[in-house]
Design a protein around this ligand. Structure first.
Ligand code: UGA
Ligand code: MN
Length: 323
């Protein structure tokens, strides 16, 4: 009886092994996709766009080899690049501000961050930060002349101009790729929807800004799809009564107006935006975004000055920590 069972087992064994091997092979083979799967990425804002590869720690090249049957993300039909020019300066909250900003920008497809330090040289803190930020970026620096570092005078004029000069230089020989520029101060708060709105800018687009000008919000007033005035609590007589966070300009407009820059001479704080926009557009030409300028998608938040009253005069800790 025992030997019969044994012989049956040995007759069946090869068949059992064959079935196991076949099952195993089958589960390893990727099923040919019947219809291409939509490429889903939680990081893309430009509707289904692929996540931008990280500069470091991105997908390993070799790992993609031999996986050709996997559906590849469809190439984007030239999503305009958003260039964000951010002036920044050294202070206790700088790294915290830049961290918040990078966390937002990392979720926006096809964004190039132009970070301009108000400094005589690139700082180690910002260089290290950018290298690990996982964003396509350009790191510039230019110091604000001492005579302009006074309360009541406009800030970041030289830094924004350095960003503009870099953009013009970069695109001077090639035909301009579709692109949109906007000025992203390092302390504001930006919703992801804002980037979707500004991406379709043809010349100059505008939208409301929250928590600015002594009011809950300021906004361009729109009638029949055109800007006809400004809802603002401060100097409504400005030709463009808008904050730096309230507009975007197409790369084409920046390139075809090579002399348009932020000016020190004759410019008071709060007038920089208006003086700049006057050089490149007219009120009639403005493109209202954010549902005819009825939605706040960016806030002019300001970070409280940090209390360092208990900070020792000399370094007391056993380690040196970057904050
Ligand atoms: C308001 C406007 O929103 C700014 O766009 C404008 O530049 C500024 O006024 C002005 O007075 O010129 P506010 O919040 O008062 O903004 O200004 P900050 O946020 O202190 O500075 C604007 C940007 O310039 C920030 O990105 C900041 O990091 C940078 N900055 C500020 C410098 O690069 N250097 C400085 O010395 C000060
Ligand atoms: Mn600010």
């Amino acid at each position: 009886m025992k030997s019969v069972l044994f012989s049956r087992f040995f007759i069946l064994l090869p068949w059992i092994l064959i079935v196991i091997i076949m099952l195993d092979v089958d589960t390893r083979r990727p099923a040919p996709p019947l219809t291409p799967r939509p490429y889903f990425s939680p990081y893309a804002v430009g509707r289904g766009g692929p996540r931008l590869p990280l500069r470091r720690g991105g997908p390993v090249r070799g790992a993609e080899k031999g996986n050709e049957s996997r559906p590849q993300p469809q190439p984007q039909p030239q999503l305009p690049t958003i260039y964000a020019i951010t002036p920044t300066y050294s202070r206790p909250v700088q790294k915290a501000e830049l961290t918040r900003l990078a966390n937002t920008f990392r979720q926006v497809a096809q964004l190039h961050w132009i970070l301009v330090e108000d400094a005589a040289a690139r700082s180690e803190l910002v260089s290290r930060f950018l290298a690990r930020a996982g964003l396509p970026s350009t790191h510039l620096h230019v110091p604000t002349p001492r005579r302009y570092k006074r309360p009541g005078l406009p800030r970041a004029t030289e830094q924004r101009n350095a960003g503009l000069a870099w953009l013009r230089q970069r695109h001077q020989h090639q035909r301009a790729q579709p692109g949109v520029l906007f000025f992203a101060d390092d302390d504001n708060t930006y919703s992801l929807e804002l980037f979707q709105e500004m991406r379709t800018t043809r010349k100059v687009s505008v939208w409301p800004v929250g928590l600015v000008g002594g009011r809950r919000y300021e906004r361009p007033l729109v009638e029949n799809g055109k800007v006809v005035g400004w809802y603002t609590g401060w100097r409504a007589d400005r030709p463009f009564a808008i904050d730096m966070a309230g507009f975007a300009v197409s790369l084409q407009v920046i390139l075809s107006n090579p002399k348009a820059v932020f000016k020190r001479r004759g410019s008071q704080p709060g007038m920089q935006e208006s003086d700049f926009l006057k050089q490149i557009t007219t009120v009639e030409e403005l493109e209202p975004k954010a549902n005819n300028c009825t939605k706040v998608l960016v806030w002019h938040t300001r970070t409280e000055k940090v209390n360092l009253a208990n900070e020792p005069k000399y370094h007391l800790d056993t380690v040196k920590i970057e904050v």
